[in-house]
Design a protein around this ligand. Structure first.
Ligand code: I3S
Length: 129
């Protein structure tokens, strides 16, 4: 890939495919809608792009790089979701200061553990901003 077309990739700390659903938006409970998303962690922002499948169709800087939604990690709370939040295994719960609650899930232990670490590090790095 030409260097000019990959600024986001170069600036990103971590990316990959995750299953994600919002459960609360602006403090209000919303209906679950699990989707497979391409997730990108960039500084204090976690962004999701819907419908990227295995991630191979992703084009950084291209027309598809507009995020489906972004999450501000500053002051967020991350924990393993309790069983009443989901029947799925390997689920993280992310609560933002803006009143959004997300569930983040992977079928792979290593993948979800790596995201837990990466998100946790980003949250503590940017906690006081
Ligand atoms: O927490 P819930 O309501 O049991 O979540 C499940 C539902 O959202 C279900 O969809 P509908 O009730 O809209 O058909 C989903 O298919 C399930 O995946 C949700 O539960 P899990 O336990 O998978 O997060």
């Amino acid at each position: 890939l030409p260097l000019q077309s990959t600024p986001q990739l170069l600036a990103s700390e971590k990316c990959g495919v995750l299953n994600v659903t919002k459960i609360t938006e602006h403090g209000k409970k919303v209906r679950k809608n699990w989707t497979s998303s391409w997730a990108v962690l960039q500084g204090s922002t976690l962004l999701f792009a819907k419908g990227q499948g295995g991630g191979t169709g992703w084009k950084f800087g291209g027309s598809q790089s507009k995020p489906e939604f972004t999450v501000d990690l500053r002051g967020a709370i991350l924990e393993w979701a309790s069983k009443d939040k989901s029947s799925k295994k390997r689920v993280l719960e992310l609560k933002t200061r803006q009143g959004t609650e997300l569930l983040i899930q992977s079928e792979n232990d290593t993948v979800i553990n790596d995201w837990y670490k990466a998100l946790g590090e980003m949250i503590s790095t940017h906690a006081w901003e």
